[in-house]
Write a protein that binds this ligand. Structure first.
Ligand code: GLC
Length: 470
């Protein structure tokens, strides 16, 4: 917590000094516009207290839904029978704009029902939802007055998913956010990218081959700024702005966007892919860092191997893996943003729905051990994970037991506090458990069988400030 405060303070100090360029460089001299990690402070425009206030709901939420949905879903990331590999299909197959846009002519996801989607997220225990408002293909999944290449204007569907999902989230009491691809847009003539180590440019080099002519600033003024403004003014509160691909933007542009966001929606939480270490929290993709991160962080992950709907990907993660990932992330102080890829008809693939239902059943019982908790005070627990809460001078330790001890003795190493109570979280009335304190820690005596095959929770309450000998 101390580190976090210091880092926020550092950001606020820079802002107070009127620092306008936050550019940092990688060892090879290229601008470091990537994610923040320990030691890379999120930079903000306000006081640490204001940032903490904005982040409160987000830190308590711990679990959200990511939705990758766009034209690529029409035929499950296939194009005229060819495998487009992912939502990057347009780039992978170098599909000319004029042809890719034909997908819009037929995109008609009549099964889309915002209330059903939000209910699926909510019943899974998710507290927020982030929709791809514009992905790298440049197609806006919202009514964008500044750019006609959008779902309302260009498709037979002619409805606005951002508007419908924002309203459904509000009705059902969960937070709503949007993803915006900032540094990649294969529809715009002015978006360059670097040649990456694999020798491949991630910009549209087939319709617009002359990279030298591309001027990011033009695209920024013509498309990014107006669309970010539209997203923040057309739909009521936008609780999260989830940027992606900070690449050729300057520090001044990222800062300008942040100022725009703060002016229009001061409570909107912003991720670090705004670039240049600006924003409120950092993002991990498909990984859980071994030691978490002292900064606010979120891990986004797919349910199978793809973000967008990929019709031949049947490699779904089991609910047990999803639940343990959620517990693992919470025990490291992070949020879990779990992705779904709806189809071109507007339905959520059944295997996703089933798994989310299973996660929801677990969350219904074990939610108190996840929501509003903070990172584990223990460095390693052989049998599982721990999350904690502090309330009324007591510390609540939620022990998430993945591997139920065969001898019925759950050892909590290093804990020297006097134990007030210990009980299984699930079950009424709570069944008190005996504890034995010894020099090396505390042992809890468990019933023979694990109440939950995936992860059982023991709630232990200890008195006073927590004391853990490492
Ligand atoms: C990866 C994918 C991109 C997706 C993003 C989500 O970078 O390439 O399509 O939107 O992950 O974090």
């Amino acid at each position: 917590m101390k580190t976090k405060k210091c880092l926020f303070l550092f950001g606020a100090l820079l802002a107070a000094m009127g620092v306008t360029s936050f550019a940092q460089t990688n060892p090879d001299g290229t601008p470091d516009t990537g994610d923040m990690h320990a030691g890379h402070a999120p930079l903000n425009l306000e006081s640490p207290a204001a940032v903490e206030k904005r982040m409160q709901w987000w830190s308590d939420a711990r679990f959200g839904m990511f939705i990758h949905w766009g034209l690529y879903a029409q035929d499950g990331c296939f194009w005229k029978g060819r495998d487009g590999q992912s939502e990057h299909m347009m780039l992978k197959l170098k599909i000319p704009i004029a042809e890719y846009a034909q997908l819009a002519d037929v995109f008609n996801p009549v099964q889309f029902n915002a209330d059903d989607w939000v209910a699926i997220a909510k019943n899974a225990g998710m507290k927020y939802l982030i929709l791809t408002a514009k992905h790298h293909d440049g197609f806006a999944m919202f009514a964008s007055p500044s750019d006609g290449y959008n779902i309302v204007k260009r498709t037979p569907f002619a409805r606005d998913p951002v508007s419908e999902l924002a309203a459904a989230c509000r009705r059902q009491g969960i937070k709503f956010g949007v993803y915006y691809s900032y540094g990649r847009d294969w529809h715009d003539p002015d978006v360059p990218t670097d040649v990456k180590a694999d020798g491949f440019r991630r910009s549209n080099t087939w319709d617009f081959p002359d990279e030298g002519k591309k001027d990011f600033a033009k695209y920024f003024e013509r498309k990014v700024k107006p669309q970010v403004r539209e997203l923040l003014t057309q739909y009521g509160p936008i609780d999260v702005l989830w940027f992606d691909t900070p690449e050729k933007n300057t520090a001044a542009q990222s800062r300008e966007l942040l100022e725009l966001i703060r002016k229009l929606q001061p409570d909107c939480v912003v991720n670090s892919r705004l670039g240049y270490h600006l924003g409120d929290y950092t993002v991990e993709e498909q990984t859980i860092p071994a030691d978490g991160n002292p900064l606010p962080w979120e891990s986004c992950m797919t349910l199978n191997r793809h973000w967008g709907f990929k019709k031949d990907d049947h490699d779904w993660k089991p609910a047990s893996e999803l639940i343990r990932n959620l517990v693992d992330i919470a025990s490291k102080g992070g949020n879990f943003l779990l992705n779904i890829g709806p189809t071109g008809e507007g339905s959520i693939p059944a295997p996703s729905v089933e798994r989310l239902r299973e996660v929801g059943q677990w969350m219904k019982l074990n939610g108190p051990a996840i929501y509003g908790t903070t990172a584990s005070p223990f460095s390693k627990l052989e049998w599982g994970r721990c999350t904690k809460k502090v309330a009324d001078g007591r510390t609540l330790l939620y022990l998430h037991v993945f591997d139920w001890p065969k001898d019925g003795r759950l050892f909590v190493p290093g804990l020297t506090n006097k134990v007030e109570s210990a009980a299984l979280l699930v079950g009424a009335p709570p069944k008190p458990l005996k504890t034995v304190q010894s020099a090396g820690g505390t042992t809890i005596l468990l019933p023979e069988a694990a109440p939950d095959k995936i992860s059982s929770t023991v709630l232990m309450t200890v008195q006073g400030a927590l004391s853990v000998e490492k």
